[in-house]
Design a protein. Structure first.
Ligand SMILES: *Cc1c(COP(=O)(O)O)cnc(C)c1O
Length: 462
């Protein structure tokens, strides 16, 4: 299995190489040259299997020669051993024909653990084999950073630097990043918003001297291995509800378009998904794009669902690649236009996107009202991101079962939950002392050169 760039101008890589590289050298994102498919019978056979077995069968065709079956099974087993639910991704019913897919039973209580725990094991295995070290730099709106630090802490072959927007994460998210005291993990509080963090990260990848000097690797959702890990729970959930004999729909609270793009891949692989519904908060660039055909950046407005406070949805480029019938040059041109703040999607590409995706948005008031309503109607306590999903899903219910992705545990965002329900969402027992642990805070300016110097110095002194 070979991987190609969305901009058509970077070397083809194996799965392991694409995973270690992150962003392609032409600025694009890696995708499989051809998406493998599972037959009706192969999908039907997944129903009722342990999550790890489903993960192996769904992901193996993408991995190709990079890992043997035995190696890959071991990696998957280690990745999900730390989850606190036997089903890993259990379904809960909210209403007739509406289900929640709980993706918050991993070590940092958000769905990012599904991909990050796997990537941690994949990196460790591959770097040991190669006798290499890498420097991981990640940008986070809160959950990616804590999941990455948890997945890579204490590993010998990896230094991890996480850029988070100072003052824009929840307290528990910040604590999860700043309290691990392993010498290979570094949380950096950047003076800016999430898009600034992501922009500096892209700058580092595009500075080839720095990139090669520190052996830069990325674990943001631009990393193909992360998207791949997320494809699995679309299969586990859909087959639990009767796929492939029965179609299902998914609603996905979206920021960087990584999680919902994994659903798109599941559909291309043959999973009978009826609708993939994009749910945005007030930072609604994706909903506006589907509605108007024009992708136009506006300023980020901080919200009660901060992990979705994003205006530049990196993985949308991957969807554009397919919408433009795999024309890398056309995608490169759109991304060039975006430098000036906006691009317009051609009629043909827009129709393809609208065939696959529906969309909706939730205002701050609607998000909060949804948490309140669900607390009464089903007794479920939703995190504010999940509430955005449930609000939009409610507008798309039909006779096809709807599965809304519950992306974080409510206790990760207690302020929004208390405001909406009056009840304080308790952390699970293994996290109960998180707020008391001692923090290491390192503030950094939004300046590329200074950040690069800091990273080089920290690596040298390890
Ligand atoms: C990251 C995150 C999202 C958005 O996921 P994307 O893959 O960036 O679209 C939604 N909810 C929570 C809780 C998250 O951490």
């Amino acid at each position: 299995m070979k991987y190609i760039s969305t901009r058509g101008n970077a070397p083809e890589l194996s799965f392991a190489e694409a995973m270690l590289t992150g962003l392609a050298r032409d600025g694009g994102l890696y995708l499989p040259k051809k998406i493998p498919t599972l037959s009706h019978d192969e999908i039907a056979a997944l129903a009722g299997l342990p999550y790890e077995d489903i993960a192996f069968r769904v992901m193996k065709p993408f991995v190709g020669e990079s890992f043997t079956d035995e190696e890959f099974k071991g990696i998957i087993a280690r990745a999900y051993a730390g989850f606190r639910h036997a089903a890993r991704a259990p379904l809960v019913q909210l209403a007739p024909n509406h289900y929640l897919l709980e993706l918050f039973h991993g070590p940092t209580l958000a769905f990012k653990d599904f991909a990050m725990q796997l990537i941690g094991q994949l990196f460790q295995f591959e770097l040991e084999r190669r006798k290499e070290r890498v420097t991981i730099v990640g940008a986070t709106s809160g959950d990616t950073g804590s999941a990455a630090i948890e997945a890579f802490r204490g590993l010998d072959n990896v230094d991890v630097f996480i850029l988070y927007p100072e003052g824009r994460t929840s307290d528990i998210q910040r604590k999860q990043m700043t309290t691990p005291d392993d010498s290979n993990v570094h949380a950096l509080a950047l003076d800016g918003d999430f898009d600034d963090c992501q922009a500096r990260l892209k700058d580092m990848f595009n500075d080839f001297e720095f990139r090669d000097g520190v052996k830069l690797a990325g674990v943001n959702s631009i990393n193909w291995a992360r998207v791949l890990a997320q494809v699995v729970y679309y299969f586990s959930a859909a087959t639990a509800l009767g796929a492939p004999a029965r179609k299902v729909s998914f609603t996905v609270p979206t920021g960087n378009f990584g999680d919902i793009f994994a659903g798109f891949i599941a559909k291309q692989m043959g999973l009978p998904i009826d609708k993939l519904v994009i749910a945005t908060n007030q930072n609604d660039i994706l909903h506006r794009t589907l509605t108007t055909g024009s992708y136009t950046k506006e300023g980020v407005k901080p919200s009660i669902s901060p992990s979705m406070d994003i205006q530049v949805s990196s993985n949308f480029e991957r969807a554009l690649f397919y919408a433009y019938e795999r024309d890398g040059e056309a995608v490169a041109k759109l991304m060039e236009d975006l430098q000036d703040g906006s691009f317009k999607i051609s009629q043909g590409a827009l129709e393809m996107l609208r065939d696959t995706f529906a969309s909706g948005r939730a205002s701050e008031e609607e998000t909060s009202a949804t948490i309140t309503a669900e607390f009464t109607s089903s007794g479920e306590t939703l995190c504010p991101h999940t509430a955005v999903g449930v609000k939009v899903a409610n507008e798309h219910l039909s006779d096809v079962p709807m599965i809304t992705l519950a992306t974080a545990h409510p206790a990760k965002f207690p302020d929004a939950v208390v405001a909406a329900t009056g009840a304080y969402p308790d952390l699970p027992p293994h996290m109960a002392d998180a707020m008391q642990r001692e923090e290491r805070i390192c503030k950094v300016p939004n300046q590329l050169a200074l950040l690069q110097t800091l990273i080089k110095d920290r690596i040298a002194s390890r």
